[in-house]
Design a binder for this molecule. Sequence first.
Ligand SMILES: *Cc1c(COP(=O)(O)O)cnc(C)c1O
Length: 402
Amino acid sequence: MAGSKGKQGKGTRLVTTGRTGDFAEHVVNPPVWRASTHLYPDCAALREGPKANEDGRFFYGRRGAPTQWALSDALTELEPGAHGTVLYPSGVAAIVGALMAVLKAGDVLLVTDNAYDPTRNTAMGLLKRFGVENRFFDPLDLDGFAEKFCDRTKAVMLENPGSLTMELCDIPALAAIARDQGAVTLMDNTWATSLGFPALERGCDIAIMALTKHVGGHSDLMMGSASAGERWYRRLRMTAQQLGHVVSPDDAALALRGLRTMGVRLQRETASALKIAQWLEARGDVAQVLCPVLPGSSGYELYERDFTGGCGLFSFVLKDGDDAARVRLIDALQLFGIGYSWGGFESLALPFDVPSVRSVMDWPKENWGIGDSCGIRLSIGLEDADDLIADLDQAFVAMDKG
Ligand SMILES: *Cc1c(COP(=O)(O)O)cnc(C)c1O
């Protein structure tokens, strides 16, 4: 298996990765190893336990067991350039845990203005209480970004595409500027995962994912991860230990199961999303389709340049829509669930209003020419695309009936 690994395709790597423990000779999946207590053969071994803080060594349940280690190893192998991966009890915990690993009181954090809303709240709230200042920047304005740095800027938080509005930014260029300025770059890579966007190879120092979304893939677990090269991995790991983060072996086993099929799910969801986006784009009552995998969308040339795959999450904006019309449309959907989260096998829809979650970007009118409260986000699942289109079609009819 080793040796030719780098040349193997994504599907093969998804199947073979993380299957190297003693168990692998006997079963395909690691046993669900439930343990708070690990037993030592004698007192001498017990006394050695806490000293050697190494990966893959038993100590106590909080440092994990083979089930969690198999998942970490798999995620590390799938992220080119990573030395290790820390698991967190949610995606938000991964973001907060990673930021706390790289920042201290007095530092300044730059946050992309189109970040996932809890990232913004965390940056503004929790870190501020611990003496970290934060400033938002427009990720589409490279010159403006370079001007935001000061002596105390120690970290940059990126996300691509932007939350809700889905525009793509030039991550390699932003990361290069951050590196020149001596700041560490973190990226929320939940949308594409390491399969579609190798964040460390593109210049980021720490790649974060909400495993709750594509890796879990079945809407039945919460988890997050942060992968990095050796230097930052050590910091991430130590801080996670200090914060007491651990994930359950049951959830780790579910996440590993999800990971095996993630490649085919993402391919299928991306193909369906493109078909549905094209259908929406052709409608007179849709002002804009905000879909990174759709040719002609904002930053599509960056999608072609930097990504090797996408996913089924995108947004669109109703023309002349008001909230009541939007609610009629969403409530009429039969196949799409109404709910937060995304990346599961089932399709979801939710309304969003951008102005409340932007500080410095020119949303909405200048850049997009559209109104304030007519955004709808879709997470396309594994249903047949034609059925989803038929469902949307009847929901538009219901919207028009008023
Ligand atoms: C959902 C999400 C998160 C947070 O993940 P949780 O597991 O829900 O805490 C982080 N980033 C992005 C982009 C997300 O969509």
